[in-house]
Design a protein around this ligand. Structure first.
Ligand code: S3P
Length: 414
């Protein structure tokens, strides 16, 4: 079904987490405007409150009072949020005391060794279930800077180490195999930190104090991707998506859509708190299959489920490889997307590190197991609407993790 309309996506999830965390670490009162109101951001705010940080809301603006963090008296529950668990691990490492953390049934299965190992080398101590999973306890304290070559590109790991590095003695340097989202680097600079950034390496000298700032969070490109792909892949559609963060480490999906033949124009580029922001004008057409692999993967890692939907709507074959990280997201997204598409009758092959989708898929009605993964749920909801087929999701509530207004927003299109 073709769509028309205008939409502002919800505020960026990654930038919202970082605004609260950096505000808590800074000297003075940070204001956060347009913060995402979602379950994951609630997890970060509650974790900071448990550490004694005062976060108040004045109308629509959050006020974060930077202060020395205290050992919490309760277990911190990161819920479904990997970003809370990983970034806050870097913060806990610098606190003089013991912090315990757990998460929901998905988060307790996600790998934490990637933050535990380097943070232990910096001087923190961890006691984790099976050595690598939540629940875990962290004994923080005096840290020293390290050089850490990461095995996988991960903004969460990089950010945990930069946040710990801020409190460490000496410089902490992180190298990544491909560049992941750089919101932490941009926001650290915006808060007055000094750091050295090369293509795939970031260094932060320890012992720096951040200064409170006023942050306005731009729209989330990962949430924008759902209506963008619906419109781009449906001839006759025309929509405008306003105030989208266009940080190049997040816009890989736009480059892929362009290769698939999509008509997307970027309008009114401006800068906001160190991040480029703009509006997208999307016109629908028939898309063709493509290959998505290599260094491009980290720049669209969260958009792969909805790109799989674009592949099913496009004509020709789409091959996605080098994406094994998808197997350790909120659910195994390779398996979940392959099973779901297969169940609707699409031709799809699951690879160890990706998927092959043959489009345009002939689809029938069906029931989808979302595994309570917000992006899997939203992807199949878009496929159903784009094709006008009856698709039942076993969980729709999970969209609240990143996009609580998803269904009502999608209903505004005509
Ligand atoms: C995020 C980084 C990515 C992404 C996640 C948010 C962040 O995870 O998938 O949704 O805000 O830093 P990884 O760092 O595990 O790739």
């Amino acid at each position: 079904m073709a769509i028309h309309g205008e939409i502002t996506p919800p505020p960026d999830k990654s930038i919202s987490h970082r605004s609260f965390i950096l505000g808590a670490l800074a000297q003075g009162t940070t204001t956060v405007r347009n913060a995402l109101e979602s379950e994951d951001i609630g997890s970060t705010r509650r974790a900071l409150s448990a550490l004694g940080i005062d976060i108040r809301k004045d109308g629509k603006i959050y006020l974060v009072e930077g202060a020395r963090m205290k050992e919490p008296l309760q277990v911190i529950d990161a819920g479904n949020s990997g970003t809370t668990a990983r970034l806050m691990s870097g913060v806990f490492a610098g606190i003089d005391g013991i912090v315990t953390m757990t998460g929901d049934s998905s988060l307790v299965q996600r790998p934490m060794a990637r933050v535990i190992k380097p943070l232990e080398l910096m001087g923190a101590r961890f006691l984790a279930r099976g050595g690598a999973y939540l629940p875990m306890a962290v004994r923080g304290g005096k840290l020293r800077g390290i050089f850490h070559p990461m095995e996988v590109a991960s903004a969460q790991v990089k950010s945990a180490l930069l946040l710990a590095g801020l409190a460490a003695e000496g410089t902490t340097t992180v190298n990544e195999p491909s560049q992941s989202r750089d919101h932490t680097e941009r926001m650290l600079r915006f808060f007055g930190a000094n750091l050295s950034v090369n293509a795939k390496s970031v260094g932060i000298p320890g012992g720096q104090r951040l200064q409170a700032r006023d942050v306005v969070v731009p729209g989330d490109p990962s949430s924008a991707a759902f209506p963008v792909i619906w419109a781009a892949a449906t001839a006759g559609s025309e929509i405008v998506v306003r105030d989208v963060c266009l940080n190049p480490t997040r816009t890989g999906f736009l480059a892929v859509l362009e290769r698939m033949g999509a008509h997307i124009a970027v309008d009114g580029i401006r800068e906001n708190a160190g991040e480029p922001v703009g509006d997208l004008v999307v016109r629908g057409t028939e898309l063709s299959g493509t290959t998505i692999a290599g260094d491009e993967i980290p720049t669209l890692i969260d958009e792969i489920p909805i790109l799989v939907v674009a592949a099913a709507l496009a004509s020709g074959t789409t091959v996605i490889t080098d994406a094994s990280e998808l197997r350790v997201k909120e659910t195994d997204r390779i398996a979940a997307m392959a099973q779901g598409l297969g169940c609707l009758g699409a031709e799809v092959e699951e690879l160890e590190d990706g998927l092959i989708v043959k489009g345009p898929a002939r689809l029938t009605a069906g029931m989808i197991r979302t595994h309570s993964d917000h992006r899997v749920a939203m992807s199949f909801a878009i496929l159903a609407r784009a094709r006008g087929i009856d698709v039942k999701l076993d969980d729709t509530r999970c969209v609240g993790v990143s996009y609580p207004g998803f269904f009502s927003d999608m209903d505004t299109f005509r």
